[in-house]
Design a protein around this ligand. Structure first.
Ligand SMILES: Cc1cc2nc3c(=O)[nH]c(=O)nc-3n(C[C@H](O)[C@H](O)[C@H](O)COP(=O)(O)OP(=O)(O)OC[C@H]3O[C@@H](n4cnc5c(N)ncnc54)[C@H](O)[C@@H]3O)c2cc1C
Length: 428
């Protein structure tokens, strides 16, 4: 990295798009765009096949888009620090640009990059871009973050938005000698060996992965933008339909937002006029990013210590995971998860309430299972929603229990959702 030619390296993470991308814009058309399949991330037990499949598709889509503009996407696999150092050296980079993130894992990653840059005499520039209002930028008087949604929502609406950024019109070709690297397939990652290394340099161990869900949503910026356009058409009905389990009334953009194939700011701009209720949901996402920014280990420990007595019963937990509790709406939610790598938000609440409040299993058991199985699995949204439902999080009514029968009568009165996902047709 030292002695760089002034070129900028953009290290992507979960910001896999060309539109409205502050780090990419700052690096300019001459920037080298790279992604590292980080060994440490690949080894996490909560990384499942659905998320990995979406990620690989998003990388393929981005590479196609970069090539269409004259540039490329460089892909490596290995230890983050070593790979970035090698890439920066090969690219002759003196600046490293990346998008700032909030989880404990992301913070460590940023720290590694910071240390690496200071050792190598290069500048690390972190940009906002995962949320609409940057996490950490809003705090009440006398506190470091909002602990309750409504005051956050009020303050959030008042924050001026930065202008949206256009996608680059062209990108420079890679510097001579810099190999783009292959994007391995999911099967290669699961099989290990040289094929799973983008440069075919070394044997890497296989990943422990169950197969992806048969009906999962394909990944990538192009697919995401198509979904956004289709949803925007009918989004005026969102408020009326969003809790109706039998309809496809929600956007299904959560994975696209998680991987940054869509900029949340752009989604807000597209939908602000048509669906104010939708904007409130996007604010929940920002709220939980802000909570996670303040409490980065929210995925592991109680946000609020409450005297909860959790039970441990492996057979019961297995039945919940497998959709075999005998409670139709809970089972339908878990079957939807298995089939699609996605669960309707209302059904997520019911499945989480049942596990934590009725069966009294620790919220982490549910959160880890969801994180591994969901394509949109997101540390901030997942952990904070689980804690919200378990009563250890930001809920102002920590003892609320959702009765699955009543929820089914109210949100799936025709029984269509339960019938579709094998949770007992027509039965409550
Ligand atoms: C137990 C539990 C676990 C969850 N885990 C995740 C997760 O891992 N990843 C994730 O993205 N969402 C999670 N959610 C939040 C929410 O259920 C999903 O974002 C939503 O159902 C995704 O479907 P959609 O895109 O059609 O949502 P829409 O109803 O169309 O909402 C639009 C967008 O707003 C955001 N949003 C909506 N509701 C919430 C919420 N409660 N919290 C945070 N953001 C929200 C999402 O980005 C979503 O895509 C979880 C909710 C619960 C109750």
């Amino acid at each position: 990295m030292p002695g760089g030619t002034g070129r900028r390296l953009v290290l992507l993470n979960r910001d896999l798009r060309l539109h409205d991308h502050p780090a990419l814009r700052a690096a300019g058309a001459g920037g080298v765009v790279a992604f590292v399949l980080d060994e440490e991330l690949l080894a996490l037990p909560t990384l499942g096949a659905n998320r990995l499949a979406y990620l690989l598709e998003a990388l393929e889509a981005l590479r196609r888009a970069c090539r269409g503009l004259g540039g490329d996407l460089v892909v490596r696999r290995g230890r983050l620090g070593e790979e970035v150092l090698a890439l920066a050296g090969a690219a002759g980079a003196s600046e490293l640009h990346a998008t700032r993130d909030v989880s404990a894992f992301a913070r460590r990653r940023q720290q590694v990059l910071g240390e690496l840059c200071s050792r190598a005499g290069c500048t690390l520039v972190l940009h906002d871009g995962v949320g609409i209002v940057p996490p950490g930028s809003l705090a009440p008087a006398g506190g470091d973050h909002y602990k309750v949604f409504t005051p956050y929502w009020r303050a959030w609406q008042e924050v001026p938005r930065r202008p949206l950024l256009r996608a680059p019109r062209s990108l420079a070709p890679l510097p001579d000698g810099l190999e783009p690297g292959r994007i391995p397939s999911l099967a290669e990652l699961a099989g290990g060996g040289r094929q799973a290394d983008p440069l075919g340099r070394r044997n890497v161990p296989p990943l422990v992965l169950e197969g992806p869900s048969p009906l999962r949503q394909p990944g990538g910026e192009r697919a995401a933008r198509r979904r956004l356009a289709a949803f925007a058409e009918g989004s005026a009905a969102y408020e009326a339909d969003k809790d109706d389990l039998s309809r496809e009334g929600t956007s299904r953009l959560s994975a696209d937002l998680h991987f940054g194939c869509l900029s949340a700011l752009e989604v807000e701009a597209r939908l602000a006029e048509r669906s104010p209720e939708y904007i409130r949901q996007l604010c929940w996402r920002d709220f939980f990013l802000s909570v996670t920014h303040a409490v980065p280990d929210v995925a592991r420990r109680d946000y609020r210590e409450r005297a909860r007595h959790w039970r441990r019963d492996d057979a019961e937990l297995e039945a919940w995971r497998g959709g075999e509790t005998g409670v139709p709406l809970v089972d339908a939610a878990m079957h939807q998860l298995e089939a699609e790598g996605y669960v309707h938000g209302r059904a997520r609440l019911v499945a989480a309430s049942y596990l934590t409040k009725t069966l009294r299993h620790h919220w982490r058991e549910g959160a880890d299972h969801f994180l591994r199985a969901l394509t949109d699995g997101d540390v901030a949204s997942n952990s904070c929603n689980w804690q919200w439902m378990a009563g250890t999080g930001n809920d102002t009514r920590p003892n609320r229990v959702l009765n699955p029968e009543r929820q089914a009568r109210r949100f799936d009165p025709s029984g269509r959702y339960r019938a579709r996902y094998g949770g007992g047709a027509g039965a409550p």
